[in-house]
Structures are given as structure tokens and as C-alpha cells.
Design a protein around this ligand. Structure first.
Ligand code: 5AD
Ligand code: SF4
Length: 355
């Protein structure tokens, strides 16, 4: 069988939702460029059938850039003394949440480094306050916590939790995240999902040491976790980290992984990530035409947004107002539209039991 026959067969199977093996997924990820367009088109069709033409918005507030971890790839790592650290006050966070509400967006993502300053109680009071004052759906993205914290957050009214697994290669994960275990990450994700959270995971693409096979493992892990949201972004080397100066291969492979995630997981929410927009001016739109259905405007106020420098270039991303306006125009051109609702995911049958 020629390469193109093989790829065509695999793509057809993927599009109708047949399970694929690790090797088959790796083969699709390494397909020749001429075929990648077929992969993107298939993912776009599945996106349309499964979740429609709406693009959902999530307003991000990056409320603290303190982090006790030392991940080799991340600008917020504790050994990076070249950044200004900040914590937003509760009032500042609440004001931003109110502003997000005013723009019509229905969900806020509260994001931070792993910052123990925010005790379980502090986070719970914040969730309750935001729920009470704004009625926004609250998504947390604050890292690994003791299991009882996740429970408390859920009881306080948070409904979504993002915890990217970053890479499904145990060796790579444990090298890149000193002191962390992939096993614990996966346990946290399973626990969060079981509690009833809409659960987000995801990876970075282009990490040193990553292979097509480990990327296939990422996709199989996303599927086996039955995650509701998948954040897939390119790795962008940060100058103040041990991975400074590494090559970056652009966004093509990231979009391939994203398209495969759509084919394999069908009705999940997949953002066109900020990291894609950082590497390429059209990055978000390409992703939205290859399986993505969510964008996440950054509502972190100045000057904090400049200090939340996970990777270089992030600080140049447009203000949320401009981003939403440009996105509305761009989407119109491709027959898509922004949906301001929270867009609850279809995988969530268990919520009906819990509520
Ligand atoms: N490039 C791209 N994404 C990064 N992240 C951290 N460092 C980088 C980087 N250098 C992402 C990780 C993490 C989140 C905080 O940001 O996926 O989940
Ligand atoms: Fe901290 Fe997350 Fe960055 Fe790791 S990736 S250093 S946990 S903010």
C-alpha cells in the first residue's frame, strides 16, 4: 500500500470515529504536508457535526504569578528571579470578573502558578463571592492540590478545572517537572472528573525529547480521561529557563495534534490557544478551522498581564476587547460566530445525577 493509500484509509477511519492505535495515530501525525490539509478538513467536519459552528469565549484572569514549582519550560518557575511577582487582591479579581460579565461572557478562568498563599479557604471564599456577585461559571486553573481542596472548590461552586498533563511520557514529565509525578497528575485528573467538574487537560507540542509516539500517548490519555476540555499549545522556549534557545518548529505540528484530538474525542471543547496566536498571527484562526471551538481572551489587567510571562511574546497579545472584536469579524468570514453562553459540554451525563 502506498503512503497516500495508507493515510487516506486511516483518515477515513478517524473521521467516522473508529478507535486508532498508538502507531496509527503517530502515522497520521507524521504524514506529509500535502495530506495535513485533509487531516485539518476532516477535523473541521467533525467539529461542525459534533459541536456546531459556535465559538465559545472564556475570560481569563491570571491572579497570581507566584509558583512553588520549578518546571524547566516555564517562565513562572520559582528559580526565575528576573520577573516581578504579583498577587491581585480579592477586589481586583472581583472587579475583573464583573467586567467579564459586562462584556456578556459567561465564564471566568481563574489562573495562577501553584501558590500556597491561596489556602483552600481563601479560594473557596473567592469562588463564592464571584458566583454570588456575577453568576459567572467559575473555572479554576491553579495546579495540583490536596484532594480535599478539589472537593471544597466544587462545593464552593467552581464547576470546571483545568490541569494540563503536559506530556504523557513519564520520563519526560518527571524530567521537566522536578519533584512531580505523572501518576499523581493523572490521579488528580481522575478525581476531579469523578467529583463532577468539567475537566480540562492538555499538552505542549514541540518539547525536547517528544516523539510522534509520545504525542500519540498524549492523545490516548486525553481520550481515556474522558476530559471535557483539551488545551493543546506549542512549546515556546523562554529565555530565563533551562530550555532557553531550543528550536521551535512553528505551529504545524500543534495543529495536527489538535485536529487529531478533535477526531479522537469528538465533542470536547478545544481552545485555539494563546500560545498559537503568539507564534503565528493567524494561529487561532487556523486552529478554529482544524477542530478548535473555544477562544480565551486574557482579561488580566495591566500591569499584571505583562508579568504573567509564561513564554516570550505572550505579553504582546491583544487586549480582550480588541481580540473579541477581531475574532467576531474573522469568524464571520468563515461562517462561524461567537456564542457568549457558557456552553456546557455534552460528556457530562454524571452532572445530572450530582445536581
Ligand atoms: N511554552 C508554551 N506553553 C507553556 N506553558 C508553560 N511554559 C510554556 C512554554 N514555555 C503552559 C503549560 C502550563 C501553562 C501554565 O502554560 O502548558 O500548563
Ligand atoms: Fe508553575 Fe505551572 Fe509554570 Fe510549572 S508550569 S512553573 S507549575 S506555573
Amino acid at each position: 500500500m502506498s503512503i497516500s493509500d495508507k493515510v487516506e484509509k486511516l483518515l477515513l477511519r478517524a473521521e467516522i470515529g473508529k478507535a486508532l492505535t498508538r502507531e496509527e495515530i503517530a502515522d497520521l501525525l507524521r504524514m506529509p504536508p500535502a495530506w495535513a490539509f485533509e487531516l485539518f478538513a476532516a477535523a473541521d467536519r467533525v467539529r461542525k457535526n459534533e459541536v456546531g459552528d459556535a465559538v465559545f469565549l472564556r475570560g481569563i484572569v491570571e491572579f497570581s504569578n507566584y509558583c512553588t514549582r520549578d518546571c524547566l519550560y516555564c517562565g513562572l518557575r520559582k528559580s526565575n528571579h528576573a520577573i516581578t511577582r504579583y498577587r491581585m487582591s480579592n477586589d481586583e479579581i472581583l472587579h475583573r470578573a464583573e467586567y467579564i460579565r459586562k462584556t456578556g461572557i459567561s465564564t471566568v478562568v481563574l489562573q495562577s502558578g501553584e501558590d500556597p498563599f491561596y489556602s483552600s479557604d481563601k479560594v473557596c471564599r473567592l469562588i463564592e463571592k464571584i458566583r454570588k456577585e456575577t453568576k459567572l461559571v467559575v473555572t479554576l486553573s491553579i495546579g495540583e492540590r490536596p484532594l480535599e481542596d478539589f472537593k471544597a472548590f466544587y462545593q464552593a461552586g467552581a464547576e470546571r478545572y483545568l490541569l494540563k498533563h503536559e506530556t504523557a511520557s513519564r520520563a519526560l514529565y518527571e524530567y521537566l517537572r522536578p519533584g512531580c509525578l505523572l501518576k499523581s497528575r493523572v490521579s488528580c485528573l481522575q478525581f476531579i472528573k469523578q467529583l463532577g467538574f468539567e475537566t480540562g487537560t492538555g499538552n505542549m507540542v514541540g518539547l525536547p525529547g517528544q516523539t510522534f509516539e509520545t504525542l500519540a500517548d498524549d492523545l490516548l490519555l486525553m481520550k481515556s480521561l474522558n476530559a471535557d476540555m483539551l488545551g493543546i499549545g506549542p512549546f515556546i522556549p523562554h529565555p530565563n529557563t533551562p530550555l532557553a534557545g531550543m528550536e521551535n518548529d512553528g505551529i504545524d505540528l500543534t495543529i495536527r495534534v489538535l485536529a487529531m484530538a478533535r477526531l479522537l474525542t469528538r465533542n470536547t471543547n478545544i481552545p485555539a490557544t494563546t500560545a498559537l496566536a503568539t507564534l503565528h498571527p493567524q494561529g487561532r484562526i487556523f486552529a478554529l478551522q482544524a477542530g478548535a471551538n473555544v477562544v480565551m481572551p486574557d482579561f488580566t489587567p495591566e500591569p499584571y498581564r505583562y508579568y504573567y510571562n509564561i513564554y516570550p511574546g505572550k505579553e504582546k497579545i491583544q487586549s480582550p476587547e480588541i481580540m473579541v472584536r477581531e475574532m467576531t469579524e474573522e469568524l464571520y468570514k468563515i461562517g462561524r460566530y461567537i456564542d457568549f453562553s457558557a456552553g456546557t459540554n455534552l460528556n457530562l451525563d454524571h452532572r445530572k445525577i450530582l445536581h
